[in-house]
Write a protein that binds this ligand. Structure first.
Ligand code: HEM
Length: 411
């Protein structure tokens, strides 16, 4: 097969609308033969660590913000979902981005996250009890719906201060917004997301009013109070949009870290046995899970000036797709990259991005996983996959399982 044919095949497989169950061999073809590939629609696909990292850290590559949207998808901003998305910090560029990140960051400090540790530990234990109860006489239980989703949903709900009774109500609406992004903000998915955002804003708006009158030690109250030195505060739109962002960013990602990490362990019994023996050293294991099977595999930027990437010239305005899942398997940075190896020397991976938009919730996500895995393995000595799980379909940024059926064994 010629290089060009191999590259064409790799792209076809990666963009297959039915999904690509194993993208890693295709990423490897791109890294070797076409590290900066111009797609037929003009976008540039980047697959190596060096270029992905460079783009993420270089302010000349910008996220697709409100101005970009107005120029490229005129009228889209009239959709409530797009109006909300464009006020999220992840879709803002400097100087606006720094301001939002500072204001929200004050409420999201590492100290505040560390304070959550006892509550997360108790929650993990109670979810494991529920999982055990659900398993009954040797029946399979679904790890995703029984543990991996409820853990981060409850943690982010606690942190934000969402009333417990409302949490189940929030989840499908926030998921509708994620689905619309995966469908490039078009079609039925966008209409569903519009309705969802209107409802989310109404409910969150009520919560903000309550907290304004009666502040509590939660993130909503802290965000209402947060102000910069010159007295500048978050506008109502910024506040509501970034609450939706924190809620959504906080759980579909973390749930996939838990699901992907567990699937790796359960498919390699020797890893499982080793982690049981050294669960006090969980940090590097979670880091390797993030590198090996990252929950988000894709990010995008556009070039604000003419430039070049891996020898490919880019005109101002060109869109760039960053294959984070490929960057994390780049052999020039991680020898034998497909091997899961918790003893690798530390070399920062791109699972949480890099540069100005580096994940605000990285400390929280790591903490949840570092508490969850040792507790899960200690609780169920005979845990095993009930069947090989299927990856979620489609070329979305999210990488994980819809279901992960487990046999929990004797306890
Ligand atoms: C394993 C779990 C997680 C993964 C893999 C992950 C991944 C990422 C990535 C790749 C980005 C950068 C996107 C880009 O540059 O375009 C990002 C940004 C962000 N993440 Fe996470 N995330 C996780 C968990 C969380 C949690 C728990 C929260 C909050 C509760 C969170 C909140 C955010 C926010 C607010 C941003 C935007 C930061 C900015 O634009 O400055 N994430 N995340």
């Amino acid at each position: 097969m010629t290089e060009a044919t191999a590259v064409r095949r790799a792209v076809r497989s990666l963009f297959d609308p039915r999904g690509c169950p194993d993208p890693y061999p295709h990423y490897a073809v791109l890294r070797t033969h076409a590290p900066a590939l111009r797609l037929p629609d003009g976008r540039i696909l980047l697959s190596r660590h060096a270029e992905c990292d460079r783009v993420l850290r270089n302010p000349a590559f910008r996220v697709e913000d409100e101005q970009w949207m107005d120029a490229n998808l005129p009228g889209a901003g009239e959709h409530p979902a797009v109006h909300s998305l464009m006020a999220e910090m992840v879709n803002c560029n400097p100087p606006h981005h720094e301001r939002l990140r500072r204001l929200v960051g004050t409420a999201f400090s590492p100290r505040r996250i560390a304070e959550l540790r006892p509550a997360v530990t108790a929650l993990v234990d109670s979810l494991l009890d529920r999982l055990a109860a659900g398993a009954g006489a040797g029946a399979a239980v679904d790890f995703m719906s029984g543990f991996a989703l409820p853990l981060p949903i409850t943690v982010i709900g606690e942190l934000l201060g969402l009333p417990e009774a409302d949490r189940a109500w929030f989840a499908p609406r926030v998921e509708a917004v994620t689905r619309a992004i995966e469908q490039d903000l078009t079609g039925e998915a966008l209409k569903t997301a519009d309705r969802a955002v209107e409802e989310l804003w109404e409910r969150l708006g009520d919560l903000v009013e309550q907290r304004r009158r009666d502040p509590r030690p939660d993130l909503v109250s802290t965000l209402i109070a947060a102000r910069e030195a010159d007295g500048d505060r978050l506008s109502r739109r910024e506040l509501l949009a970034n609450l939706v962002l924190l809620y959504s960013a906080g759980y579909e990602t973390t749930s996939n870290l838990l699901g992907n990490g567990l699937a790796t362990l359960l498919s390699r019994p020797e890893l499982l046995a080793r982690l049981r023996a050294e669960s006090g050293r969980i940090g590097p294991w979670v880091e390797e899970m993030l590198r090996h099977t990252p929950p988000i595999t894709l990010a995008s930027r556009w070039a604000a000036e003419d430039t070049e990437l891996a020898g490919v010239p880019l005109r101002r305005g060109a869109e760039v797709l960053l294959l984070l899942g490929s960057a994390n398997r780049d052999e020039s940075r991680y020898p034998d990259p497909d091997r899961f190896d918790p003893d690798r020397p530390v070399a920062a991976n791109l699972a949480f991005g890099a540069g100005a938009h580096y994940c605000l919730g990285a400390v929280l996500a790591r903490m949840e996983a570092e508490i969850a895995f040792p507790a899960l393995l200690a609780r169920f000595p005979d845990i095993a996959l009930a069947q090989l799980p299927e990856r979620r379909q489609g070329f979305g940024a999210l990488n994980g399982f819809a279901e992960l059926p487990l046999l929990l064994g004797t306890r």
